[in-house]
Design a protein around this ligand. Structure first.
Ligand SMILES: [Zn+2]
Length: 176
């Protein structure tokens, strides 16, 4: 009972005039709460990446070998295409305003593709089938021509993506 009338950050009693819904005594405590939430989010993401790296290490090792087997000699990276129901959307996704992206190992890169050497495991927003596209190892890393047969593979994990320009729910069932 008493608790609901105290600031959840510093524990000071809330002034009588504050709204019943108020949880912080002042702006500083409110900002502290926002900061705290942000830090928790960073930590949660880090843990989530760690979990995926551990839980799917066998799948990644197998995928790495498949990539090396399938990649043309001049390939330096790969991208994964998701059929959204209307178009192919490619990962990693770098929005026009975005210069850097984070890898699964939480390093920063400007590459608009996943690296082959060293192997960079993919980050995708949905457990689904993705089309593999190799890119050349020399800038500006153009797409390499497809081999005789398109290669689709299922990525068995997903990580949250911010601001995708399409609805993940619209991805057709047969691609899941
Ligand atoms: Zn406070």
């Amino acid at each position: 009972m008493e608790d609901s009338f105290r600031c959840v950050i510093c524990g000071n009693p809330l002034a009588n005039k504050t709204k019943l819904s108020a949880r912080y005594c002042d702006r500083a405590c409110r900002n502290k709460a926002i900061d705290l939430r942000r830090r928790q989010e960073t930590l949660r993401r880090r843990n989530e990446n760690e979990r995926v790296l551990q839980e799917f290490s066998m799948w990644m090792a197998g995928f790495h070998l498949d990539l090396l087997r399938m990649a043309p000699a001049e390939a330096g990276g790969y991208r994964l295409g998701l059929w959204t129901g209307q178009m192919m959307y490619w990962f990693p996704s770098l929005l026009p305003s975005q210069v850097y992206r984070q890898t699964l190992h939480r390093t920063r890169t400007q590459d608009p593709f996943f690296s082959l050497h060293p192997f960079e495991p993919p980050i995708v927003p949905l457990v689904a089938h993705y089309k593999v596209q190799f890119v050349q190892n020399i800038p500006p890393h153009p797409d390499l021509p497809e081999s005789d047969k398109a290669w689709w593979l299922k990525v068995p994990y997903a990580l949250p993506h911010r601001r995708l320009p399409f609805n993940l729910k619209a991805v057709p069932r047969e691609k899941r």
